[in-house]
Design a protein around this ligand. Sequence first.
Ligand code: PRP
Length: 214
Amino acid sequence: MERIKTIRIALTKGRLEESATEIFEQIGLNCSELKDKGRKLVFNDYDNNIEFVLVKAPDVLTYVEHGAADIGIVGKDTLREMKKDFYEVLDLKVGRCKFSLASIPSFKLNEGFNRLKIATKYPNVAREYFREKGIDVEIIKIEGSVELAPILGLADAIVDIVETGTTLKENGLIIFEDICDISARMIVNRASMKLNKLRIEDIINKIKKYVEGV
Ligand code: PRP
């Protein structure tokens, strides 16, 4: 008897974890290991020959591009920042947030002769945004707590993710422009899409039906 191949799904650790797990559960996958995870990183749904792995967002792209995972669940923020090669097949409509330009209230976008300094975790997104506006800026890449940058004078403004707006508000920053909406997406390795067409299409169709019905 031919052994059914295990489909490996790379999930982004953290904010998307819970909503993605909920979706997989709703389409009939067994997520009991995933929901009782401790420090484990690999979780099996033996009933459906599915293996879940938990990794950081940029690594979801890497695992899927190289075929070490067949499917990935990752935010559009990471997809916009890192150009890699795979199919982006579905908007899961969870993990909704946006990219915004924000700063202290006295910030002026179009005034002053000095080149603006923009702090961000997403240099490519920020560079593209200002290139489209025809504004020459210096991008300063930082790794987190981006809201501190204009407060401490490291940068004039930030390009960052806004979800509830609480972090901006509690640090006295305001939004000057919204750049684009973000939500979780499903990506699929190009070879897996051919080799496991029926099973992957079945997962895509079930999730599509579920998210469209919510
Ligand atoms: C993200 C983002 C903002 C915050 C926005 O940071 O960079 O700081 O969430 O969320 P809110 O609008 O709901 O307040 P994250 O929590 O991922 O941590 P980090 O700053 O360490 O990157």
